[in-house]
Design a protein around this ligand. Structure first.
Ligand SMILES: [Zn+2]
Length: 328
């Protein structure tokens, strides 16, 4: 007997795949994780996901899985449901993960970029409930971005819009893996902050960051800087302040272009550093338009790591006709 319907939501990253059965209200009924093992190829990963779904369905008796929503770490063409050169999933270029998964489990499936779906998760189940526009910026190894405009995930011409990490915030900045230079991703991501600190240490600056990294400059991480900041370390504080300022330039630019109701910021540095957030806010005001200086509609994520998973669920429910479609 079917007591309840759920969708299988998947957050598919370079190292792990998180799965959950989620109700239309956004309640997580069960969750589990399996390794991606991306190098073994996309079909093998989809077979592992099908196994995960089977185990989770057994764990919740009476639940019927109506569809699948997948948040994937990389550019996705949402119409063709194909993946385009995902940096964290080498050899997956051109594959159709949801098509392959659907043949294993025979329910409809939809896929979109993970940062776009993190924005949708916050929009439907998080801080953005009741709003019509929301922008999400996620700071991690890179900088992800997602746009929900007038109630729809905005994908642009090919589904690749929302690459907020590649806004140029420092024209003289270092090269970015995207092919540009001085992007937000190289100036404010965890990787970018660690690089700035390492460069200063290599130039001979003294800082407790070095001893915290056991004397090895290559071991310096953004988290090391946050810990050193708590001990009033000058180098760590200056690097985090600089990163916050660069994010503020990005925030001001997003406001000028999109005038969103809310800009949601995710990631450990933004929430754990006491310097980064105020530096971002001050810079967003300095670089913002005159009328934008009094207010700053920027907030930390409320869903945290679950934003992408819940966005994948919201997308699937919408495409199944339970609630509005967020794609078209
Ligand atoms: Zn870039």
């Amino acid at each position: 007997m079917v007591d309840q319907q759920a969708v299988f939501a998947v957050d598919l990253g370079g190292t792990r795949m998180r799965g959950a059965l989620i109700s239309p209200e956004g309640d997580v009924l069960v969750r589990d994780t399996v390794p991606t093992q991306a190098s073994r190829g996309e079909p093998a990963a989809m077979r592992r996901l099908a196994g995960l779904l089977e185990r989770m369905s057994t764990a919740v008796p009476g639940v019927e899985v109506a569809g699948i929503g997948m948040a994937l770490a990389g550019p996705v063409d949402p119409v063709a449901a194909t993946v385009h050169n995902p940096p964290n999933l080498p050899t997956w270029d051109g594959t159709s993960p949801t098509a392959d998964l659907s043949t294993n489990v025979s329910v409809p499936a939809w896929v979109h970029n993970d940062a776009s779906l993190a924005a949708l998760g916050e929009f439907v189940y998080g801080i953005g409930q009741g709003m019509s526009n929301l922008v999400m910026v996620t700071l991690g190894t890179g900088v992800g971005g997602g746009l929900v405009l007038d109630g729809k995930v905005y994908g642009g011409l090919r589904g690749f819009a929302g690459e907020i990490g590649h806004l140029v915030v420092e024209p003289a900045g270092p090269p970015c893996p995207c092919g540009g230079c001085g992007c937000l991703e190289v100036m404010a991501s965890g990787t970018g902050l660690a690089r700035m600190a390492r460069e200063r240490l290599e130039a001979g600056e003294s800082s407790i960051v070095l001893s915290m990294a056991r004397g090895e400059i290559s071991r310096v991480r953004a988290e090391t800087l946050v810990r050193a900041e708590a001990r009033a370390d000058r180098l760590a504080s200056e690097v985090l302040r600089a990163g916050g300022r660069y994010l503020g330039i990005g925030v001001a630019t997003l406001r000028s272009v999109l005038d969103p109701e809310m800009i949601v910021i995710g990631g450990g540095v933004a929430s754990n550093s006491h310097i980064f957030w105020p530096a971002m806010a001050a810079s967003a005001r300095v670089h913002g338009m005159r009328g934008d200086k009094a207010t700053l509609p920027v907030t930390p994520t409320v869903l945290g790591d679950d934003a992408g998973l819940l966005g994948a669920a919201a997308m699937a429910w919408g495409e199944l006709g339970v609630g509005p479609s967020y794609l078209k």
